[in-house]
Design a binder for this molecule. Structure first.
Ligand SMILES: [Zn+2]
Length: 97
C-alpha cells in the first residue's frame, strides 16, 4: 500500500454494522414491546382513521383538548387525555396510566 498524497485526508473506514442506524438497530424497536402477551394490540381500522384525522388537524395547527374530569380545566397532553385527568388530579385520584 502506498501513502496517500499530501493534502488528501485519509479515507475514513465505514463504521461497524452495530453502530450504523438501521431499522434492526433502532432503539425504539424492541421485539418484546410488540408481543400480544405483553399487552400489545395492533391498531384497529378506527385507530388508524383517528390517527390520520389527528395528523391532518395537527398539520393545520389544531390540537385535541378536553376538560379534566375533576377540576374541569382544559387538558391537551396525550397522557392526560388518555386518563381524562390532568397530572395533579390524576396524582390525587391515584390514576396511573
Ligand atoms: Zn384536574
Amino acid at each position: 500500500m502506498t501513502a496517500p498524497p499530501r493534502g488528501v485526508p485519509p479515507k475514513k473506514e465505514a463504521p461497524p454494522a452495530s453502530a450504523r442506524g438501521t431499522a434492526t438497530t433502532h432503539t425504539d424497536h424492541h421485539p418484546t414491546r410488540h408481543r400480544r402477551e405483553d399487552g400489545f394490540a395492533a391498531p384497529t381500522a378506527e385507530d388508524r382513521a383517528v390517527a390520520a384525522a389527528v395528523a391532518v388537524l395537527r398539520d393545520h395547527g389544531y390540537g385535541i383538548a378536553c376538560r379534566c374530569l375533576d377540576c374541569n380545566r382544559p387538558i391537551t397532553s396525550a397522557a392526560s387525555l388518555a386518563r381524562m385527568r390532568g397530572p395533579w388530579c390524576a396524582q390525587r385520584a391515584g390514576v396511573t396510566i
